[in-house]
Design a protein around this ligand. Structure first.
Ligand SMILES: O=C(O)CCC(=O)C(=O)O
Length: 307
């Protein structure tokens, strides 16, 4: 992909990402080594992520996009003056008239989304990469930030670290994500920050709710300060349907603020993959994963104790 020579003006959580070459750069592509599993492992070890262009079937990606947008349109969130597939925010929502958790479930369990993320080329990638039968988490995350919204800096392990850490996130743009629309940002070399891994990276957002100095799971809402403290550059890219960004549990990431000039919602999913033979974090697997619901987590644990 041809990326601009001039660095973009990006903000994250309202902070300007310094575009100077010491502070900002582009994600390295690994598309050329897709068939070389040893090299993919080497790059994951070196970079903490893999960016593979055009790997997924773009038609399947767009089918998942359409499926989600139809649901958002059904609660009036999509501007009917534009083609549905453009995903232009209407500036209003009728979601409150519906059961919020049922609506969220319908978004993350759609047939087209499941087909894209829990089978086919996606699972084949991880079978090769992990070298065995793969278990995708049953829970899928769909992100729909509107203009002005973004995700704070975090390691994924704090949300899903109870099973194997040989676990990977696939961040999948569900449509084009130009630089204006709030793409994902990865902090270079953050998978090697041993002190951060042993402090912040050792928390469990649910178990450590009371004593966790980071409040929720985000390490920081200020990526500029994080970079100043830990070094590295914030890396990103524009994305097209079919592109895939994979990273490990200790790769610090956030997203840029969605600054779409046309009010487009940034649609993406993040899904997780591990070897079926390794223990899975019980919060994210099964027919009705408990997620962060502490009562459901406790009921599940009690069933385990009584089994
Ligand atoms: O897409 C986003 O804004 C956040 C994604 C994320 O946090 C993740 O993939 O773990």
């Amino acid at each position: 992909m041809k990326l601009p020579i001039e660095p973009p003006v990006l903000h994250a959580q309202g902070h300007l990402i310094d575009p100077s070459p010491e502070c900002f750069g582009w994600l390295r592509e690994s598309t050329d080594v897709l068939d070389d599993t040893a090299e993919l492992h080497r790059r994951m070890e070196e970079d903490g992520y893999l960016l593979i262009r055009g790997y997924l079937d773009a038609e399947e990606v767009l089918a998942a996009r359409r499926e989600i947008l139809e649901k958002l349109a059904s609660v009036d969130e999509i501007d009917p003056d534009f083609p549905l597939i453009d995903g232009i925010w209407s500036g209003k929502s009728n979601r409150a008239a519906f059961d919020a958790s049922a609506f969220a479930k319908s978004i993350r369990t759609g047939a087209a989304l499941r087909k894209l993320l829990q089978g086919g080329r996606m699972v084949r990638f991880f079978e090769h990469f992990l070298g065995g039968e793969v278990r995708p988490f049953d829970w899928l995350w769909v992100r729909m930030p509107r203009v002005g919204q973004s995700t704070g800096c975090h390691y994924d392990v704090v949300y899903m670290g109870r099973g194997t850490h040989n676990l990977y996130t696939a961040w999948t743009p569900l449509g084009s994500v130009p630089l204006t629309d709030g793409p994902l940002l990865i902090l270079e070399n953050s998978h090697r920050l041993e002190e951060l891994k042993q402090t912040y990276g050792a928390i469990d957002v649910d178990r450590d709710r009371e004593k966790n100095p980071w409040g929720g799971g985000w390490f920081s809402r200020n990526p500029v300060e994080v970079r100043r403290r830990y070094g590295g550059r914030w890396l990103t890219s524009a994305f097209e349907p079919g592109d895939l960004l994979i990273f490990g549990m200790y790769t610090l990431h956030c997203s840029a603020d969605n600054a779409s000039p046309v009010n487009r919602i940034r649609l993406s999913s993040d899904s997780r993959y591990q070897l079926a033979s390794e223990p899975a974090d019980e919060r994210w697997v099964g027919d009705d994963p408990p997620a962060h619901d502490l009562e459901k987590q406790e009921a599940l644990a009690a069933r385990g104790r009584n089994a």
